[in-house]
Design a protein around this ligand. Structure first.
Ligand code: UT7
Length: 328
């Protein structure tokens, strides 16, 4: 049986209006603009205010994809949402998105792979298209990180922001679309970047809340090193598998966790900086949102046939790289 090619036919993004600047963070924790910019490259990040959840950022993403594609809402088969910040714990965000966006014939589910959430979700969606099970799959990466960040912890609160991005996947030209993937996991790194409670092992208690165990904790330095190593090796493995060299790559789209990590990956690969998509300065680390938000911001630069390598590293640990031949 021959498999369909799974092609990205539209990209969309959404960021909340509120800008949390480095200057405002200076009033909240013992930090300063010089430290944040030189250590991370981040100048501001967006925050979703009010009683709103991750799905509220995803609905505008779906609406933009519908508008761009020209399809009717009822034609969408499935929504996969990479997120670690579901609206509520039981009841996945993807089905909430379907319901709120009026995708009456779609169902979906969430994938929890932290900062690799979009890549893992994308490759899951690809399987449904390749197998011919579905014809129109929306893949979203979205996180409301402000809901799980401790704004008294300067080592994490300066890094993260809220945002959502997504793509429409459809069967298409066999020369185009998602070509290959290298996706990896290593559970031994889970306590270097995690939330201790809120799960089944350590349910919330008054004591755990007082201790701040319901917020993200990160041991930055080992995660930094593992991120550089993981993304660099995943890209190399992907290119080898695809019989390609770095010269064949038109765009590198790295997870936006830290500008120094992005620079280190491109330096290790001797990959030209002008071909690396960057938007960390304005959104910070939106976890599953960073890669689709980059594609959204840089969409006009992309040309049909471009070889685009997406790469991520995140909590879990999870990491990987995906090769996409851009279709429009
Ligand atoms: O997205 C998922 C994967 N996550 C990542 O890839 C993130 C990986 N890690 C990082 O990006 C970096 O490790 C951080 C941005 C988190 C931290 O940068 P760093 O250069 O590794 O700093 P550090 O943790 O080694 O801390 C250096 C110093 C410390 O002070 P002392 O002990 O040297 O006196 C920190 O207390 O910087 C201090 N520090 C700060 N100072 C001002 C930590 N955060 C801040 C801050 N403002 N916001």
């Amino acid at each position: 049986m021959s498999l369909n090619s799974a092609v990205i036919t539209a990209v969309a993004g959404y960021v909340p209006d509120y800008k949390l600047t480095n200057a405002e963070l200076e009033t909240m924790v013992d930090t300063n603009d010089e430290w944040i910019v030189s250590r991370t490259g981040i100048r501001e990040r967006r925050i979703l205010k009010g009683e709103k959840g991750t799905s509220d950022m995803c609905v505008p993403v779906v609406e933009e994809l519908i508008r761009k594609s020209g399809y009717k809402k009822e034609e969408i088969d499935m929504v996969i949402c990479g997120t670690v910040t579901p609206d509520i714990t039981v009841a996945d965000t993807a089905n909430t998105i379907c319901e709120k966006a009026g995708l009456t014939n779609a169902y979906g589910y969430d994938i929890n792979a932290a900062c690799s959430g979009f890549l893992f979700s994308l490759f899951t969606g690809v399987q449904f298209i390749r197998a011919g099970t579905y014809k129109k799959v929306i893949v979203i990466g979205a996180d409301k990180m402000s809901s799980i960040i401790n704004y008294k912890d300067r080592s994490t609160c300066v890094i993260f922001g809220d945002g959502a991005g997504g793509v429409l996947l459809e069967p298409g030209d066999e020369d185009l679309g998602v070509k290959d993937a290298v996706l990896k996991g290593d559970g031994s790194g889970r306590e270097l970047l995690y939330i201790k409670t809120r799960g089944s092992k350590y349910p919330l208690t008054h004591e755990s809340i007082d201790n701040g165990d319901h917020f993200v904790r990160q041991d930055g330095r080992p995660v930094f090193k593992a991120a550089v190593k993981g993304m660099t090796s995943a890209i190399k493995e992907l290119l080898e598998k695809s019989n390609m060299s770095l010269e064949d790559v038109d765009w590198l789209v790295p997870h936006q966790a830290n500008m120094r990590i992005i620079d280190a990956v491109s330096d290790h690969l001797s990959f030209p900086k002008e071909k690396v998509m960057i938007n960390i300065h304005k959104y910070g680390n939106t976890t599953a949102g960073t890669i689709p938000l980059c594609l959204w911001d840089w969409e006009k630069k992309l040309k049909k046939g471009d070889n685009v390598v997406l790469t991520s590293f995140g909590g879990g640990f999870t990491w990987g790289a995906i090769l996409v031949k851009w279709a429009y």
